[in-house]
Design a protein around this ligand. Structure first.
Ligand code: GAR
Length: 223
């Protein structure tokens, strides 16, 4: 007879990175702390020198590098990336600072089971240099958004947003650091919701949280 409760295996993930991997670290830390039920099957980077790979190794995670410079086209790269991910049979694919535009074919393959985190209050400032652009346009608030990935660059349905103030004297670096702190809170939370079966993408493309349509993202600061 079993004397202890059987542990449910965590939600299987593949995490894609290109750089520092601090969002990956937040997931690793959450799992180690016992409050994020995930099983990171692999960390994949398009750059061999991404520091996130070092974080993954320190946490004893499987790593793979697929260097985009070895491919002649975006389609060729994604055609190799998709089966590489699929070999790990993840329930959810996590883009964590993966700085690549994905082809529609790739996105379709992981429809409803791929998240991205973007450092702006989407739909404001899709694309690059979000912090500088927020400062330049005189925003008083900035932040980060977790969204399901669709073909639209940084445009998929948003599920969770965190806001921070833009302070006098901020430069892109100080603002990015303030936003990143929030990213490390909201990404694990959205994944926890997905793992618990509370968050999913409906057939019509609307995200549902506890069965309720999210026409606007949940505001983390108001939880
Ligand atoms: C994060 O700020 C993330 O939101 C951003 O890259 C950074 C990665 O940091 N992602 C994008 O800009 C995607 N469009 P990290 O490597 O330390 O997690």
């Amino acid at each position: 007879m079993e004397t202890h409760a059987r542990q449910r295996p965590g939600l299987s993930l593949v995490v894609l990175i290109s750089g520092s991997g601090s969002n990956l670290q937040a997931l690793i830390d959450g799992q180690l702390a016992g409050d994020l039920p995930i099983d990171i099957r692999a960390v994949v980077s398009n750059r061999a020198d991404a520091f996130g790979l070092e974080r993954a190794r320190r946490a004893d995670l499987t790593t793979r590098v697929l260097d985009h410079r070895d491919f002649s086209s975006r389609a060729a790269y994604d055609a190799e990336l998709a089966p590489l991910i699929q070999d790990f049979a993840p329930e959810l694919v996590i883009l964590a600072g993966f700085m690549r535009i994905l082809t529609p074919t790739f996105v379709a393959r992981f429809h409803g089971r791929m998240f991205n985190i973007h450092p702006s209050l989407l739909p404001k400032f899709p694309g690059l240099h979000t912090h500088q652009r927020a400062i330049d346009s005189g925003e008083r608030e900035h932040g980060a958004t977790v969204h399901f990935v669709t073909e639209q660059l940084d445009g998929g349905p948003a599920v969770l947003q965190a806001r921070v103030p833009v302070l006098p004297g901020d430069d892109a670096e100080t603002l990015a650091a303030r936003v990143l702190q929030q990213e490390h809170l909201i990404y694990p939370l959205a994944i926890r919701w997905f793992a618990a079966g509370r968050l999913r993408l409906a057939n019509d493309g609307t995200p549902l949280l506890d069965g309720n349509a999210l026409h606007t993202p949940v505001q983390f600061n108001q939880l």
